[in-house]
Design a protein around this ligand. Structure first.
Ligand SMILES: C[S@@+](CC[C@H](N)C(=O)[O-])C[C@H]1O[C@@H](n2cnc3c(N)ncnc32)[C@H](O)[C@@H]1O
Length: 340
């Protein structure tokens, strides 16, 4: 007999079922429909436009996993876990669940072919690269952008408290997404100016965040790509962007920063670092997801050092972010220019 049981293998199998069920509940907005109180299954089915008996089976399964609770007479209510699936809660991850549950889940279906051929699973499944798809399929593009905003972290990640941005006049956030991270840094540094560079979609959402943080007068929104000439800055922040790029693209983006950086400047990459050894962790699984979705990768410290030296920087230090949900192995990886 083996020393380990097959329980962990079974758990891995079941995890896929649960993620599909959670996705389905998010898609049907069940948690929203239960936000103001319990409902019986027929009423819930009517509100969600679903088949009552099948919805009952979904809800019962999810109640068993802590997402909802079943009361007498087929009535269901929410739980704290279900609140994360609501549309209107501050810490909602609904949009992320929608993106992971549909596009990412489907891309995983092509994992065997991707591993056999080296081709990108997303492109195999969808017939086009992810970024083209996000610009074509509106609701997914929006869910992705909002989801990434929620995933990346500002409310949860105390970036400006953990990594010091002191002494920077102009901070350029490349691929700044919804802008919540730049807003948080500017909020902590009242004299600092910010520039956010983003590909066109989602700019409205970005401006909203700046207004909410009261920093809109100190920030400039620049439509453009990390691969184009960048505005001059004392520091460049690039958070959760390079892991979606391959090495050649990452070097191209970093070189753009190197060209425009002011004397004494630095670049701050906020990304995961794949640890050595075999300890469990999210980075290695996320690396697989990046490989499937867009040909990107999560990198080891040695790989970050290589990217820096290929683009005119040298690795200076890595500041570990405090642990929070989904944020293990996350670092502010700092590079400083190597003089020509
Ligand atoms: C995962 S999100 C991270 C957003 C933000 N930096 C954060 O940490 O919250 C990745 C962002 O990179 C942007 N992006 C992708 N390719 C880009 C490019 N070539 N130039 C600039 N931004 C890009 C996407 O539009 C998206 O907003």
């Amino acid at each position: 007999m083996s020393e380990v049981s097959s329980v962990r293998v079974r758990e891995a199998m079941y995890a896929g079922w649960l993620s599909a069920a959670v996705y389905c509940a998010a898609r049907l907005r069940v948690a929203d429909h239960l936000a103001d109180g319990e409902r019986d299954i027929d009423e819930l089915a009517e509100r969600t436009g679903t088949h009552a008996e099948s919805l009952y089976r979904l809800m019962r399964a999810l109640a068993g996993a802590g997402y909802f609770r079943e009361e007498e007479n087929r009535r269901f209510g929410t739980t704290p876990l279900a609140d994360y699936l609501r549309t209107d809660t501050e810490e909602s991850v609904k949009d992320l669940v929608l993106f992971y549950g549909r596009e990412v889940y489907r891309a995983y279906g092509a994992l065997p072919e991707a591993v056999r051929t080296g081709d990108r699973a997303f492109d195999i499944e969808y017939g086009m690269p992810l970024w083209d798809y996000l610009n074509t399929v509106e609701d997914t593009g929006e869910a992705f952008r909002k989801g990434m905003g929620a995933a990346t972290w500002t409310e949860q990640l105390p970036l400006p408290q953990t990594y010091s941005f002191d002494g920077i006049d102009t901070l350029v956030d490349v691929g700044g997404g919804t802008g919540s991270m730049l807003a948080a840094v500017l909020h902590e540094h009242p004299a600092m100016k910010g520039v956010l560079v983003e590909i066109p979609a989602g700019i409205d959402l970005t401006m909203r965040h700046f207004k909410e943080a009261g920093v809109q007068d100190r920030v400039e929104l620049r439509e453009g790509s990390a691969f184009d000439e960048l505005p001059a800055g004392d520091a460049y922040l690039i958070s959760c962007v390079l892991h979606a790029m391959d090495d050649e693209q990452s070097v191209r983006a970093l070189r753009r920063m190197r060209e425009s950086i002011r004397p004494g400047g630095r670049v701050v990459i906020l990304e995961r670092m794949v640890p050595a050894g075999n300890e469990p962790g999210l980075a290695r699984m996320l690396d697989l997801t990046m490989m499937l979705m867009n040909g990107g990768k999560e990198r080891t410290e040695a790989e970050w050092r290589t990217l820096f030296s290929a683009s005119g920087f040298r690795f200076s230090r890595a500041v570990e972010m405090p642990y929070f949900q989904g944020g293990a192995e996350l670092y502010a990886i700092e590079g400083v220019p190597v003089e020509d």
